[in-house]
Design a protein around this ligand. Structure first.
Ligand SMILES: Cc1cc2nc3c(=O)[nH]c(=O)nc-3n(C[C@H](O)[C@H](O)[C@H](O)COP(=O)(O)OP(=O)(O)OC[C@H]3O[C@@H](n4cnc5c(N)ncnc54)[C@H](O)[C@@H]3O)c2cc1C
Length: 336
């Protein structure tokens, strides 16, 4: 896509998480010429699985639910394609020092064999340039041009740009826009109003813990908010790793701690929850922008004058379902 194709709108989508991939896929289906840029080596963003030679663990989204009829239809398609399956954990709730069984009736879905499966499936049908971190945008009479940290100024011109990235990253990128734009402050103020919260994630193997009463649990009073045993999810192989998410409040208060200090504190907490943490093998991940977003939600945003679209979970409820819907809704808005 060296120059703009006649009679067909060209769109750059920044971010190949589920919202960007859904938006790009929908735009492509509607006849747009789409190029996706992603800073990582692969697609899927926070819908992610950490994989090593001996174990794997879902370290971002743990599962997703489907309530909107459009998303239910898509999830059913993914199930038929083998990209997604239902996860039916024995769920516990930890409250006032004791464990209780949860009788939640929610249907929970996970990607198979990894959380990344649905997004990677969409991305395979798109043109995605990986390891390309977009750091500046410029609009001239020929359209938008993008610059990346790795490759400098990119040669392509686009009619529209979609930012499918967390709101703090939108804010940063919009500060690096030059050229002929009139409604930039409106897009920037939407991102500015959104509040995203961090999450410290620990992936841990407890060699002396043979069994536990629950496959996953919501924790209501400790530094930890959620634990899940990865081996209870469909098609997971390898060592029996647990994923442990610290609460947003605790993560916020301890965001800049060293990883080994965070591990120590979370392991202490796991002991209190009834785990034998002796000889635990752990890996830490810090999500600076894990959850949260704009309240009330506006689903997506499109400035047709500037040719800038915004989509992502932070505009649509802060979860996987909302992220996908936001991408689809933006694509259809851009097509009007
Ligand atoms: C710890 C944790 C637990 C969660 N638990 C759940 C859960 O149980 N259920 C649920 O439904 N949701 C959960 N979520 C939320 C869910 O993961 C997100 O709502 C969803 O994945 C967001 O998708 P997205 O496409 O909007 O954003 P992202 O997944 O963040 O995608 C953005 C993409 O843009 C890329 N990018 C960023 N900046 C640039 C740039 N400058 N240039 C190029 N590329 C860029 C990123 O690498 C990323 O791939 C959880 C999230 C976290 C972190």
């Amino acid at each position: 896509m060296q120059a703009k194709l006649k009679n067909k709108k060209t769109v750059a989508v920044i971010g190949a998480g589920i919202s960007g991939a859904a938006c790009a896929f929908e735009l492509q289906s509607l006849g747009f010429e789409v190029q996706v840029y992603e800073k990582s080596r692969g697609a899927s963003g926070r819908l992610s699985t950490r994989r090593t030679e001996t174990w794997s663990a879902d370290h971002g989204a743990q599962y997703f639910t489907a309530r909107d009829p459009l998303f239910i239809k898509e999830v059913n398609r993914w199930i038929e394609l083998g990209l997604v399956a239902q996860w039916q954990p024995k769920l516990g709730v930890y409250k006032e020092g004791s464990w209780f069984e949860s009788f939640s009736k929610d249907q929970r879905f996970v990607g198979t064999p990894e959380m990344t499966a649905p997004t990677k499936y969409l991305a395979k049908q798109l043109s995605v340039q990986y390891e390309t971190t977009i750091c500046a945008l410029e609009k001239s009479s020929h359209g938008w041009t993008l610059s990346s940290l790795e490759h400098g100024r990119l040669p392509e011109y686009f009619d529209d740009v979609v930012l499918a990235i967390p709101s703090p990253q939108v804010e940063t990128l919009l500060k690096n826009v030059t050229g002929d734009v009139s409604e930039l402050s409106q897009s920037a103020s939407i991102a500015n109003k959104s509040k995203m919260r961090p999450c410290w994630t620990m992936m841990a193997y407890f060699p002396h813990q043979s069994s536990f009463a629950f496959d996953a649990g919501f924790i209501n009073q400790e530094a930890i908010a959620w634990i899940a045993r990865n081996s209870t999810k469909p098609q997971r192989l390898g060592l029996d790793y647990w994923t442990i998410h610290a609460s947003p409040e605790w993560s916020d208060a301890h965001l800049e701690l060293e990883k080994d200090v965070v591990s120590q504190k979370l392991l202490e907490c796991m002991s209190k929850l009834g785990f034998d943490t002796t000889d635990a093998q752990v890996m830490l991940h810090r999500w600076r922008y894990a959850s949260g977003g704009l309240e009330p939600m506006i689903e997506c945003h499109y400035s047709s004058n500037d040719g800038i679209g915004l989509c992502g979970d932070w505009l649509h409820g802060g979860r996987v379902e909302g992220a996908w819907l936001s991408g689809i809704k933006l694509a259809n808005l851009m097509n009007q």
